[in-house]
Write a protein that binds this ligand. Structure first.
Ligand SMILES: NC(=O)c1ccc[n+]([C@@H]2O[C@H](COP(=O)([O-])OP(=O)(O)OC[C@H]3O[C@@H](n4cnc5c(N)ncnc54)[C@H](O)[C@@H]3O)[C@@H](O)[C@H]2O)c1
Length: 453
């Protein structure tokens, strides 16, 4: 079996490696030439993916990367010189002549400025595939999106660009990714995977492909059911996080610690699942996906009040956390204006380097706007890369982790619970810690030194 996986990011790359490990011949396609050459040179740009793994599979000829979409159509001899010249491919890709059986799409699905879905990555990829699409091939969308995208928007670009018909000339399916970044026990092969087909034959074709690499496959009624299930999973998290974020404030006013409450409630062996409060939502999924659903709901005259309320509560968290920093400083007779505040953790989640949509940026912005001298420390983000959303922080470096540096700050605001940070040292070095993740529970500190937020 030969597979093309388009979009070699947090979702696409682990999927490539899982299929390649399972003996499938995998061609990774991406428009980012740097990623293509890094992979072909056996390098990894994702922290939890070891370079050795990439190197082994590239050397074994099981995995290669390219920016040349014509490979989807099974490249003719003589087409190879151009990409070879650009040094984007190892030699065995240049001689790639295998027919691709299936094409999996793992490109971004962000929001536009007005918080409406931006399907341009998916549709441009669809157009690029359509030019080379062959009869009998399977196309699967993995990117998170609103229900209907696969069978309406994606199908239209594939059919218009190829002259072929979905369900007749080629197979079409949707299968959402379930990644748990930063969880070392999470294995792509072991996570049950939903699959929805445009037709029963499309579903059967998709199940055939995925069963090569994934242990448990769950067929669902159609593509839109699979798309809707993925959104339910993410909205479920967003809503439950909003609930504990709200209860955190309510219980704090009643002099009850939300963390103790959750620890107690989670002893119930049925009907309860723990979610934890934090400084706000981050990452590429939970803050974004509900807007895909809300937008689609509006198209059919439906409201998503629950989803929107959860978004409001979660987006308000950084402001509340900064208010807590103000109170904590005031208790030490200090003002936020002019105070030195260190945000500890820039990544949105523990033990990852992914800073997309991280609430730490909102914290840095709010603190700086109120006159604090801000800095950050994150063992996984040594320097802030340029981004569209936070261009003003680009180039800022993580401050070093040592007593003279850390003790210089009037307050340390813990935003991410990275396990590579030594919190005992922090407790020994910092005069004031505002902890949004409860990481200092169980560590001896002085009265008034730690404020939960
Ligand atoms: N990161 C997660 O944990 C996660 C989990 C589940 C689902 N998802 C969903 O999976 C999708 C991909 O997310 P990700 O985190 O892997 O994104 P990513 O930004 O890490 O990777 C996307 C890759 O696609 C490439 N790309 C963009 N446009 C392209 C094009 N036209 N042709 C080829 N390549 C192109 C980019 O260069 C990049 O390498 C999104 O829809 C996301 O919502 C992500």
């Amino acid at each position: 079996m030969n597979l093309a996986i388009i979009g070699l990011g947090y979702v696409g790359l682990p999927l490539c490696l899982q299929f390649a490990r399972s003996g499938v011949q995998v061609l990774g396609l991406d428009i980012d030439a740097e990623k293509v050459s890094a992979l072909n040179a056996g390098r990894s740009y994702i922290r939890h993916i070891p370079a050795g793994e990439v190197k082994k599979l590239v050397r074994a000829g099981k995995f290669s990367a390219s920016a040349d979409f014509s490979l989807i159509g099974g490249r003719r001899r003589g087409d190879e010189s151009q990409t070879k010249k650009k040094n984007l491919e190892p030699p065995h890709v240049g001689s790639y002549r295998g027919k691709i059986d299936a094409i999996l799409i793992c490109v971004p699905t962000p929001l536009q400025k007005n918080r409406t879905p931006d399907l341009s990555f998916v549709l441009n990829t669809g157009k690029a595939i359509a030019r080379h699409l062959q009869r009998g091939q399977l196309v699967v969308l993995e990117s998170t999106t609103y229900p209907g995208t696969t069978e309406n928007e994606l199908r239209a670009v594939l059919e218009n660009g190829s002259g072929l018909t979905a369900g007749v000339d080629f197979h079409l399916a949707f299968s959402p990714e379930r990644e748990d970044p930063g969880n070392p026990r999470s294995r792509v092969a072991e996570i049950p995977k939903l699959v929805g087909g445009y037709t029963p034959a499309c579903l059967a074709a998709a199940i055939r492909v995925y069963s090569r690499a994934i242990r448990i496959l769950i067929p669902v009624a159609n593509c839109r059911t699979a798309e809707a299930a993925k959104l339910l999973e993410n909205v479920f998290r967003g809503v439950n996080i909003a609930l504990v974020n709200e209860l955190k404030g309510v219980y704090a006013a009643l002099d009850i610690d939300i963390w103790d409450v959750i620890a107690a409630a989670r002893t119930k062996p049925f009907g309860f699942m723990p979610f934890y409060p934090g400084p706000g939502l981050g990452g590429h999924c939970i803050p974004i996906d509900p807007f895909y659903l809300a937008w689609k709901a509006k198209q059919v005259g439906q409201e998503t009040r629950f989803v929107e309320l959860a978004g409001e509560i979660n987006r308000a968290m950084p402001v509340k956390v900064v208010a807590r920093v103000v109170r904590a400083l005031a208790a030490q007779k200090k003002k936020l204006r002019g105070a030195r505040v260190l945000v500890l953790g820039l990544a949105y989640k523990a033990n990852v380097e992914d800073d997309r949509e991280s609430p730490s940026y909102a914290l840095l912005d709010l603190l700086a706007a109120r006159g604090a001298q801000v800095a950050y420390h994150d063992p996984h983000v040594p320097v802030i890369k340029p981004t569209r959303e936070h261009p003003h922080w680009a180039g800022t470096k993580s401050v070093p982790w040592n007593r003279p540096t850390i003790s210089r700050f009037d307050a340390v605001l813990i935003a991410t619970a990275h396990s590579a940070v030594n919190y005992r040292q922090l407790a020994a070095w910092s005069p004031l810690i505002v902890d949004t993740r409860n990481v200092l529970a169980g560590i001896k500190t002085a009265p008034g030194q730690v404020w939960k937020a």
